[in-house]
Design a protein around this ligand. Structure first.
Ligand SMILES: [Zn+2]
Ligand SMILES: [Zn+2]
Length: 346
């Protein structure tokens, strides 16, 4: 099947309209007519080769929602017409310890990423800036009716990437949670942590987005450019979710954790970050990382968001705006996620 898409021809050229081939629908496959695709910062890092060399042309996008157009003969989980989503991975080995534990995002052989990854048939996966995609049924999520379809797309990466550590480290009533950074991930962390019942504090470079932060569910908002913030908030938080991909002073943030508190990085700086182990001794602090979430957790997150009426804040664009959107993402000039209307992929 030949379908329309938007692809990067190289690391340095703008994305261009093109066509790509999708595989035939196998017995366990689902063909999805994509309706909306979110733009994640990872898309930009990937096409520009920031995280390593890739094969071009490459179609990215791993925040995908659409409607099931066809199912294989052995598919039991989805039906034609269902509202579905696809996130950051489309397969895994299914036999390593982590896959067997239902943690396929941590597949020991490496999960198959939705784009720029080697698929089980040896081809390179192509992502969601496209009109259709074929995905094996158990990596396809159900998107509840009550979540607006265009706004649902960013839940598949930004939503699950923040939900997973918040759930794992028990954000909830009585817990003080700080979110570092008010971008695509950060604004979702605020909404989800608030819905979980935690007391939420945003730690942002400036107070520029304070009104938004408080409106989205934060109880407090501090500027990290103000040195006083770090004095005032010392030994305060049970959990800090750091969504910032740029290097930051880890020791300064770790000192904001109270007894047994954990700082979890979901931002992905390319550089190694220095850290004084003595900072961890105080208050028995932990420093951790977390990568996306399992398929089970992603479904749980979608159902949680439907139940609590949560959806990302989005700006809907047409495909011809993707390159401009990339420049704006790089300048943090979006509140808070671009979503491509794939009907514009003509
Ligand atoms: Zn992403
Ligand atoms: Zn595995």
């Amino acid at each position: 099947m030949i379908v329309n898409a938007y692809a990067a021809p190289s690391a340095t050229e703008p994305l261009v309209p093109t066509t790509i081939e999708r595989r035939d629908v196998g017995p366990k496959d689902v063909l999805i007519e994509i309706k909306y695709a979110g733009i994640c910062h990872s898309d930009i890092h990937t096409v520009r080769g920031d995280w390593g060399a890739i094969t071009y042309p490459q179609v990215v996008g791993h925040e995908i929602v659409g409607v099931v157009a066809e199912v294989g003969s052995e598919v039991t989980l989805h039906q034609v017409g269902d509202r579905v989503g696809v996130g950051c991975m489309v397969n895994s080995c299914r036999e390593c310890d982590n896959c067997l534990a239902g943690m396929e995002q941590y597949c020991l052989k490496g999960n198959v990423g939705t784009y720029a990854s080697v698929d089980v048939d040896g081809s390179i996966t192509q992502g969601g800036y496209s009109t259709h995609v074929v995905v094996v049924e158990d990596f396809v999520l159900r998107v509840p009716e009550s979540i607006p379809f265009d706004a649902a797309a960013p839940l598949l990466c930004a939503g699950i990437t923040t939900y997973s550590p918040l759930a794992h480290w028990n954000a909830g009533p009585g817990k003080k949670v700080a979110v570092v950074g008010m971008g695509g991930l950060g604004h979702m962390a605020v909404k989800i942590a608030h819905a979980m019942g935690a007391e939420v504090t945003v730690l942002s470079q400036s107070l520029r987005k304070q009104d938004d932060g408080l409106k989205l569910g934060a109880d407090h908002y501090y500027a990290t450019s103000d040195a006083d913030t770090f004095k005032q908030l010392a030994n305060t938080f049970d959990l800090i979710i750091n969504t910032v991909s740029a290097p930051l002073d880890l020791d300064a943030y770790l000192r904001l954790l109270r007894l047994d508190g954990t700082l979890v990085n979901v931002g992905a700086p390319a550089e190694a970050l220095p850290l004084h182990v003595f900072t961890l001794f105080g208050n028995r602090r932990s420093f951790a990382g977390s990568g996306i979430g399992s398929i089970g957790e992603t479904q749980e997150m979608l159902d949680f968001c439907a139940e609590h009426g949560i959806a990302p804040e989005t700006e809907l664009i047409t495909a011809d705006y993707i390159n401009e959107a990339y420049e704006r993402v790089l300048k943090s000039d979006v509140r808070y996620r671009f979503v491509i209307d794939t009907a514009s992929l003509v």
